[in-house]
Structure formats: C-alpha cells, structure tokens
Design a binder for this molecule. Sequence first.
Ligand code: DSN
Length: 421
Amino acid sequence: MNYDSVKKQDPEVFAALEGEEKREAEGVELIPSENYVSRAVREANGSCLTNKYAEGYPGKRYYGGQEFTDAVEVLAIERAKKLFNCAYANVQPHAGAPANIATYFALMEPGDTLMGMDLSHGGHLTHGHPVTYITKIFNFIRYKMKDIETGEIDYDEMLKVAKANKPKVIMAGFSAYPRELNYAKFVEIGREVGAIVIADIAHIAGLIAGKAAKNPFDFGFDIMLTTTHKTLRGPRGGMILTRESEELAKKIDKMVFPGFQGGPIMNNIAGKAVAFGEAQHPNFKVYAAQIIKNAKAMAEVFKAHNIRLITGGTDNHLVLADVYGSLGISGKDAETLLDRVGMTLNKNMIADDPRKPMDPSGIRFGSPAITTRGFMEKESARVAELMVDAMKNKSDEKKLAGIREEIRTLCKRFPIPESFV
Ligand code: DSN
C-alpha cells in the first residue's frame, strides 16, 4: 500500500506503518482471528466516507447528505443477509464486543441471566468473564466440555443448569474451541427453557459464508453475532444478524443506535460491503474449505509429534495445543520464541489450565491468514514442523536462525495478495 502522504507529513507514523507492512510480509501470521484484506477493502475502509456523520439508518438519518452513505449501508446489509441467509442485518457495530453488549442490552434487563461457554473451555470474555463490567449488570452462567480430549460439550449438564436458572439468552460460540457445536442441541435446550438462542460466530463467519461450516440459522438460532475481520476477511468491525423476528431486529437496531453507539463508521461499513461482495464469489467457498484442510494438516503434524491437542484435533480453522504439558515450554515462552522466528500466534489458556492467563499452558494458532496467502496443506504442514522444531530446539540459535530464514523464503514465495481473486 502506498503511504506517500503520511511519509511526507508524519515520518513517525510512517515508520510504524512501514514496519508493520514488513512484519506482515516477512512473517507467517497464525493468530486464528487475523487475516489480510484485499486492496479493495482497504481502499473502501480508507475512503472519504470517514468524513461523514450518518446517525440513524438508511432512509432515516439525523443529518443531511446521506445519498452515498445510504447506498453503501444498504449494499452491506443486503449482501450480509444473502451470505448468512437471514432477514435482518445490522452492520453498524464498531467491533465484536460492542455488537455483543448492544445485543445483551437489547434483549435483557439488569439481573437477567445469560448462559455461555466458560472462557477456559473456549468461550469469550464478552460471554461473561468476571473481568468484564457486564457481569455487574447481568448474571452469567456457564457450560463446559464434558470431555476435553474430544471437545464434546456436556449438553445434559447444560440442560440441567438452564432449567434451574432460566437464562433469557443461551449463547453458542467461542474464540478458542476447535470443534463444531451441536447447534440442534442448543436450540432444543433454548426452546425448552424459553431462551433466545444466539450464536457468536465471530471466528467462523467466513467458514459459514463459504459453506464450509454449518449455519446456526439452519437449526433455528434466533440471532448471530460476528466480527467481520477474521475468517470473513473484511475490515475490523462487528455485525448483528437476525434470522426472522422483526421484533428482535427492531430492538437490536434501536439499541445499537441510539441506545449504545453514536455515528456509524461509514468508511468501515463500505469496507464491510466490499468484503461481503468478495465472500459471495465462488472462490470464497474454495478459500473457506482450504482453511479447514490447512488447519487439519497443522494439527496432524502436532499429533505426529505427540503434542496434546485440546479436543484431540480440529474441525475448523484453529488448533489449541498444550505445549507446556507436552514440550515443557509455557504458552508465553512459545509465543515469544515463535514470534522471534517469524511465526506469530498467541498464548492461550487450555481447559482447566493449572497455569495463569498471562503465562498459560497452551498456544492457539490457525490457518485463515496463511490460506489467504495461498498456502496449501503442504506449506501449512511445513510451518507446523518448523513450529515444533523451534520449540524443541529453543536454545539452539543456529537452528532458530535457519527456521527464520526458511519462513522468510516461504513468505516471499507466497506474497500477501492484493486482489481477492
Ligand atoms: N480477540 C479475538 C480473538 O483473538 O479470538 C476475540 O475477541
């Protein structure tokens, strides 16, 4: 990308942008919630629409001059509805957490209960972790895996706890869970206790859009929450989708604006519209399927080295490995070491982790970004081999230098693509 004006006007910011461009170009991105957007998405996201206030919704704004903001937001909404097969889409949430919190505010009263996945078993902070402020407003109860080695959720216990606590909302979704949930079970339990059933698909939205993963709406989920920048390959942002209930969609629209947010970030919504257009392309299906093949190829390498994987493998885009238990290196040290040799991933708690969040037992890594780069199973497996090699030889500087070089060469062979197709 060209930063000529920044370069001329603000060398300090330019240095940071240039540094990040180089970091992204020369390293392998394995954080499963990250990706590379196309140049078209970047252009729309950096467009003149950043100048415009557009409080309200298409056709119903508080300020004038909305001809083009309306056009762009309608495009984003219509494309989102088609991609996820639903009747309503709100594309204004600035990010995933605001999308989730605005939805809670729309559907629950203070003191109401939400049932979500325990953070250490794969859930997300916004699903009710005690460090978040929303836990002072709502009551959160949790479900967990029954078997950490297979990833099976304890649906019987979930039903028992739901019956006893009558949650207003049941949330299916995760940020560190490598398996597909049993959506039919969630809907069954939700209907039985009279809860609204929501899926937080932030991590797997691209897999669903690309038909490589099941769509919770097909099982009767009421609402889906998502970010747009992970597997979906759009700009950083959030979105709320409602399957069919006009009543729920209206409540959500009213809460997103004026209840919770101010002016929508229209340039960001333009970026979302472009990304949703890309996700409708037949090639996106190929991309989504390849993400899963690549993650599986990486998981197989770890398994071949007898490294314990939480849930025993993966059905999606991410892998969670107990590197402390298997290799004696903590998640934090593995993250630092692998970053140094050009492979970026994150330390992660594993289920019932005996260690602390800032220095846990696990690492979480995935394939969305490398797949965008064009890696196939062969390259993905090689990256996994290099990860293991580095962790097993963490003090061998010569070996580590060789790994860094191999990663740089691999990245040169697979430059970050500018265009989507
Ligand atoms: N930070 C995101 C992730 O990495 O999963 C979730 O919010």
